[in-house]
Design a protein around this ligand. Sequence first.
Ligand SMILES: Cc1cc2nc3c(=O)[nH]c(=O)nc-3n(C[C@H](O)[C@H](O)[C@H](O)COP(=O)(O)O)c2cc1C
Length: 251
Amino acid sequence: MLDHKSIRKYTKQEPTDETVKTIVRAGQQAPFASQYYSILLSRNRKRNPWNAPLLFTICVDSHKFELIMKERGWKIKTNDTTILFFGIQDAALMAENMVIAGRSLGLGGCFLGSAMYRAVKIAEEYKLPLRVFPLVQLTMGYPDEDPPPRPRYPFEFTLFEDKYPDLTKTTVEKAMKTMDEGYLAQDYYRKARYMIPLEGGRKETFTYDNYSWTEHICRKWGQWYPEPTELLAQLRKRGFHITKTDKSTQH
Ligand SMILES: Cc1cc2nc3c(=O)[nH]c(=O)nc-3n(C[C@H](O)[C@H](O)[C@H](O)COP(=O)(O)O)c2cc1C
């Protein structure tokens, strides 16, 4: 696990059914609040991102449990914000277990965060019932690359024992330096040929010599998705309602 790296290039080798089953079974064995997930699989290499042999779509699934409730003569009363928080935890624990199990069998993979914004499209493709929401996708296959492990924050910027500390400018700068120098040492963004463009007519002042992780993530969260509208629309169309003013479809 300390050697984890996302894999975006795969050999031609196809994982066997048994391998797929072991990965998903290991995912299922993750702790759960209520197994609020389902996993979709596509083996359509031609269409899968990076031509991966496997594309899993990890969904938060309320539909399945509502069928169980129906059998028992119950209706769901819990609000969808709570349902989604628990569902996302269940699904995320399952998903990472799959990554770890895959790696132990020689496979690598990479998550794709765009799924939740393409939820309606994915739902059409897999004929999902309402109340099933594609949360994240995971490509998997046998690695055809071996990148170095990516940097992480310093340990003391992550684990706070007994009390959350005052994060001084020096501590923050050290964390930024660890991340930025780590990514620059790997020439990560130059190799990926990817810099998030500055919006609003702001002039680019960075080059691949100094563009690194903290600038990259600042450009994401400093420019994208100021309103939840797009995501809420996808959720609503999938039967989930998380704003105060929405009337639940469930009761
Ligand atoms: C929720 C989530 C969404 C992600 N989405 C993408 C993505 O859309 N494209 C991509 O190339 N990597 C994606 N990743 C992978 C991250 O970029 C990667 O985990 C991170 O850069 C750290 O690198 P490492 O996994 O190699 O340690 C995603 C990871 C997570 C957990």
